[in-house]
Design a protein around this ligand. Structure first.
Ligand SMILES: [Fe+2]
Ligand SMILES: [Fe+2]
Length: 175
C-alpha cells in the first residue's frame, strides 16, 4: 500500500490528499493519469497564448458558464436525489473547467450567475433536462476536439484534449 500523500491534477491544478490517485480528478473529472504526486506537477497556465488559443478559450468559457448555470438550475429544481446530486456534481466540474480556462487566458473569473440566460433555466421534465444536458455535452465534446486540433499552443492543446475526454464521459451518464 502506498503512503498518504498530496496529489495534484495536471488539468485543473487542484490538490487531493489520498493513498492512491483517484480514478478521476474529484474536481474537474480528469482521468487518473493526470493526477500526479505534487513533485511531478507544474501549472498549465501562466504561459503566453496566441490569438487562436484565446478565441477557442473564450468560446469554451461561454459553454462552461452556460453549463454551470443550467446544471445549477436543474439541480435546484430536481425532485429526486439522483438528479439533484448528479447535476450538482456536473455543475462543480464545469465551474472548475471555467476556472482553468480563465487562468489559461490570464483573465479574471466572471460572475457566472450574473451571466445566466433564459436558455439556462431548468426544463419542465427530467426527460427534457437530460436531453438538454446531452445536447450541451455533445456540443462541448465537438467544440473541444475541434479546438485541440486547431490550437498551436501545446499546453492549450493538452487542456482541450483532456477536457474533450471529460465531457465525453459525461455523455455516458443517464438515469
Ligand atoms: Fe482536475
Ligand atoms: Fe466542462
Amino acid at each position: 500500500m502506498g503512503k498518504y500523500q498530496l496529489f495534484i491534477c495536471k488539468v485543473c491544478g487542484d490538490p487531493y490528499l489520498g493513498i492512491d490517485a483517484p480514478s478521476r480528478c474529484p474536481f474537474c473529472g480528469a482521468y487518473k493519469v493526470n493526477v500526479v504526486p505534487v513533485e511531478e506537477w507544474g501549472p498549465l497556465w501562466g504561459k503566453p497564448i496566441d490569438e487562436v488559443s484565446r478565441k477557442h478559450l473564450q468560446e469554451a468559457l461561454q459553454l462552461e458558464v452556460g453549463a454551470v448555470n443550467f446544471y445549477r438550475n436543474v439541480s435546484k429544481n430536481a425532485k429526486d436525489v439522483w438528479a439533484q446530486k448528479m447535476f450538482k456534481a456536473l455543475m462543480k466540474a464545469e465551474r472548475e473547467h471555467a476556472e482553468v480556462i480563465v487562468k489559461l487566458m490570464g483573465a479574471e473569473m466572471p460572475d457566472i450567475e450574473g451571466l445566466e440566460t433564459d436558455k439556462d433555466k431548468a426544463r419542465e421534465s427530467i426527460e427534457e433536462n437530460l436531453a438538454e444536458f446531452h445536447r450541451r455535452e455533445a456540443g462541448a465534446v465537438e467544440a473541444y476536439r475541434m479546438a485541440a486540433s486547431e490550437v498551436n499552443d501545446g499546453h492549450v492543446k493538452y487542456f482541450f484534449e483532456e477536457l474533450a475526454k471529460i465531457e465525453a464521459e459525461h455523455l455516458l451518464l443517464s438515469k
